[in-house]
Design a protein around this ligand. Structure first.
Ligand SMILES: Cc1cc2nc3c(=O)[nH]c(=O)nc-3n(C[C@H](O)[C@H](O)[C@H](O)COP(=O)(O)O)c2cc1C
Length: 169
C-alpha cells in the first residue's frame, strides 16, 4: 500500500478476531514508531508491548474507552521520557507522531489498530504508571490496541476547504 492510500484509508478498528499478532509484525510496528520525527531529534519515546491477557484486562478496566484491548491481543503503550525531553508539549507531540506512524504501519500490513489516549488524563496516567511499573520520569502518552480486524470501515473524506487559509488567516 502506498503511503497516501494508507493515510486516506486508515480508520480506528475496535473489533478484533483475537488472532495472535506475531513478533515480526510487532517489530515492524515498532520500527515505524522509532522512525517518527521528534523535536531536536531527541527521540524521547519508549514502547511497552503487552500481550499478557491479565495485564491487557487490567489496562482495559482502568481506561473508560479501551474495552477492546483484551480482544485485540496486543497493546503498545507509547511513553515519553521527561528526563530526555523536559518540555511536556514536545514530549507529547513526539510520542503522538510515533503513535500515528504505528497506526499507519498497522494498516499498511493488514492489521487494525486504535489509538486510546492516556495523557493528560491524570487518573489514566496514574493507573497506567502503576500497572506497568513505570519510573517517575516516564509518562504514558497513549495506548495502541492492535490486532487482526473483525470489522471493515469505509474511508471518510474529511477534506474541508473552509479550514484552509492561504498566506494569512
Ligand atoms: C489523542 C487521541 C485519543 C483517542 N482516544 C481514544 C480512546 O480512548 N478510545 C477509542 O476508542 N478511540 C480513541 N481515539 C480514536 C478516535 O476516536 C478516532 O481517531 C476518531 O474518532 C476518528 O476516527 P478514525 O480514527 O476511524 O479516523 C483517540 C484518538 C486520539 C487522536
Amino acid at each position: 500500500m502506498n503511503v497516501i492510500d494508507a493515510i486516506l484509508t486508515r480508520r480506528s478498528i475496535r473489533k478484533f478476531t483475537g488472532e495472535v499478532v506475531s513478533d515480526e509484525q510487532v517489530n515492524t510496528l515498532l520500527k515505524a514508531g522509532f522512525q517518527a520525527p521528534s523535536a531536536h531529534n531527541l527521540q524521547p519515546w519508549h514502547f511497552i508491548v503487552v500481550k499478557d491477557k491479565e495485564t491487557l484486562e487490567e489496562m482495559a478496566a482502568n481506561h473508560p474507552y479501551a474495552k477492546m484491548l483484551p480482544q485485540s491481543g496486543c497493546g503498545i503503550i507509547v511513553c515519553g521520557d521527561s528526563n530526555r525531553e523536559a518540555r511536556v508539549g514536545f514530549l507529547v507531540e513526539d510520542c503522538s507522531a510515533a503513535i500515528q506512524n504505528i497506526l499507519l504501519a498497522a494498516h499498511g500490513i493488514g492489521l487494525g489498530a486504535v489509538w486510546c489516549g492516556i495523557y493528560p488524563d491524570t487518573d489514566r496516567t496514574a493507573e497506567f504508571s502503576r500497572i506497568l511499573n513505570l519510573p517517575g520520569n516516564i509518562i504514558p502518552v497513549g495506548l495502541i490496541a492492535v490486532g487482526y480486524p473483525d470489522e471493515e470501515k469505509a474511508p471518510q473524506d474529511r477534506f474541508d476547504k473552509t479550514k484552509i487559509h492561504y498566506e494569512k488567516w
